[in-house]
Design a protein around this ligand. Structure first.
Ligand code: PEP
Length: 250
């Protein structure tokens, strides 16, 4: 069975609650495409108004992070139950900005992935290499390590439902898109790694996105690659261009 494409916006730390509602009003007629699962991952404070604004549309609202404990003395964190109760279905885990600025590690990513699955949230698990790692020729080894730790103790049935976002750090927010060959090579290596951890059936079902300066111009070729099942989009997800990215196949 063909994998359904999934295209997610990562709003990062942009949009106040009222701006979020206005943006969804602008984008909702533009992001209709039955061939694609459409997700807007928004700041925590925007989740509830965004869910309200997206009612009756094909837009799913996701979170940009969660904490791996259920409740308690963790000032400033958001629990999985809070996300589920608000109506969230997807959550980005281990974005490179969280790894860089908030000290997230492969191990905390794994804890968050397990917690997301425990609560039936679909994790969008980010991985990606730095420019130095690419230049040193260790991209695939690095990504395989990130994937193997992120999926520790995750069952095959859970893994099938996961989304992995391959995001080379040097391509995020820089305007430098990976070539389709570079993106396909790593996405295939990720699928092969999942087949090694689990089996071919799990690898065939899991969805793998490319992320890093995706635009309306680069999306069609990237998303046509055999192992690329859509994209995680930062900057362009805040603009009407996101409609063109979602409709890359029209
Ligand atoms: C991202 O933040 O996940 C991302 C891919 O950003 P951009 O599209 O702006 O490079």
């Amino acid at each position: 069975m063909a994998r359904k494409k999934i295209i997610a916006g990562n709003w990062k730390m942009n949009m106040t609650p009222s701006e979020a509602v206005a943006l969804i009003e602008t984008l909702k007629p533009l992001v209709k495409n039955d061939d694609v699962d459409v997700v807007f991952c928004v700041p925590a404070i925007d989740i509830i108004p965004a869910i309200e604004a997206a009612k009756g549309t094909n837009i799913n609202i996701g979170a940009e992070n969660l904490y791996f404990e259920e409740k308690g003395a963790f000032t400033g964190e958001i629990s999985p139950n809070m996300l589920v109760d608000a109506g969230v279905k997807y959550v980005i885990i281990g974005h490179s900005e969280r790894r860089e600025y908030f000290a997230e590690t492969n191990e905390t990513v794994n804890k968050k992935v397990l917690k997301a699955f425990e609560h039936d949230l679909t994790p969008i698990i980010c991985c990606g290499e730095s420019l130095t790692q690419r230049e040193q020729g260790i991209t695939i080894d690095w990504i395989r390590q990130q994937i193997k730790i992120a999926f520790l103790n995750v069952t095959a049935d859970q893994a099938k439902k996961a989304v992995i976002a391959y995001e080379p750090i040097w391509a995020i927010g820089t305007g430098k898109v990976a070539t389709t060959e570079q993106a396909q090579e790593v996405c295939k290596a990720i699928r092969d790694c999942i087949a090694e951890i689990y089996d071919e059936a799990t690898a065939a079902e899991i969805r793998i996105q490319y992320g890093g300066s995706v635009s309306a111009a680069s999306a069609p070729e990237l998303f046509a690659q055999a192992d690329i099942d859509g994209g995680l989009v930062g900057g362009a997800s805040l603009k009407p261009d996101f409609g063109k990215i979602v409709n890359y196949n029209k």
